[in-house]
Design a protein around this ligand. Structure first.
Ligand SMILES: [Zn+2]
Ligand SMILES: [Zn+2]
Length: 240
């Protein structure tokens, strides 16, 4: 056993010498992971108390909904965003979505799970996990649907089934984050379909970035039409 460890250690040292591991953001040498501790510290986690419908920080911890969300219907029951959409996550998500760095799913998933552990979210209260679908053409471009990769990993941790074929995206619409605010809201309407009914189901819906919430709300709306009872949206980051 000691010999194996020593051999592994030598092998690792040689690999580090020949192919030093570098932070994806600043290029500093690192021993493991994808970014250095300095860049990790720049990730801004959303500080509680948060609005239960948009994850915006609340001034008053006695209420659980912000002024902007009061009286509005988003079709889901709760939205939990973990971080702000700022660097280094903007760059890392770009690599994840557009440069085939699909292995970053592990990094993002660990951020989500570690945060959810702190908030005390009980996965046992839910029946299944879904992710916001991409249009087949977009999946063809990227080679994968990034939210599906996150959803699958989170489902493994949560010991819940992950269903990738229930929600589908029928219309190819422009990326939410690249459109001005005025154009985003109407965009996802009618884009999504559900392949089977989900009577009484309690669902976790995963997305990578939430902007206006129009997409996750529209997904929730079509899920509710099939009898889904409760939907909690979980997103890695919150833009805007
Ligand atoms: Zn760095
Ligand atoms: Zn709110």
């Amino acid at each position: 056993m000691a010999i194996n460890m020593r051999q592994k250690s030598w092998g690792q040292s040689l690999r580090d010498l020949l192919f030093p591991r570098l932070c994806f953001i600043c290029g500093a040498k690192i021993t493991d992971g994808f970014i250095c501790p300095g860049c990790f510290k720049k990730i801004i986690f959303l500080p509680p108390p948060l609005c239960m419908m948009c994850s915006s920080p609340l001034r008053n911890g006695k209420i659980n909904i912000c002024k902007n969300c009061l009286g509005k219907n988003f079709f889901y029951e709760r939205l939990i965003s973990i971080t702000y959409y700022t660097e280094p996550l903007v760059s890392l998500l770009r690599l994840f979505k557009y440069k085939h760095y699909d292995f970053l799913k592990n990094f993002f998933c660990s951020i989500i799970i570690n945060h959810l552990k702190k908030t005390g979210l009980d996965f046992a209260h839910y029946d299944l996990i879904l992710s916001v679908p991409s249009h087949p053409l977009r999946i063809k471009e990227r080679g994968y649907n990034q939210t599906e990769l996150l959803g699958k990993l989170i489902a493994e941790y949560a010991n819940l089934p992950f269903e990738k074929n229930i929600l589908a995206c029928k219309n190819y619409y422009e990326s939410q984050t690249t459109l001005p605010n005025s154009q985003r809201l109407k965009n996802p309407k009618g884009c999504f379909s559900v392949s089977r009914s989900l009577p009484g189901k309690k669902i976790i819906l995963i997305d990578d970035v939430v902007t206006t919430r129009a997409t996750v709300s529209e997904c929730s709306r079509v899920l509710k039409t099939t009898g889904a009872k409760n939907i909690t949206v979980i997103t890695l980051t919150k833009a805007g």
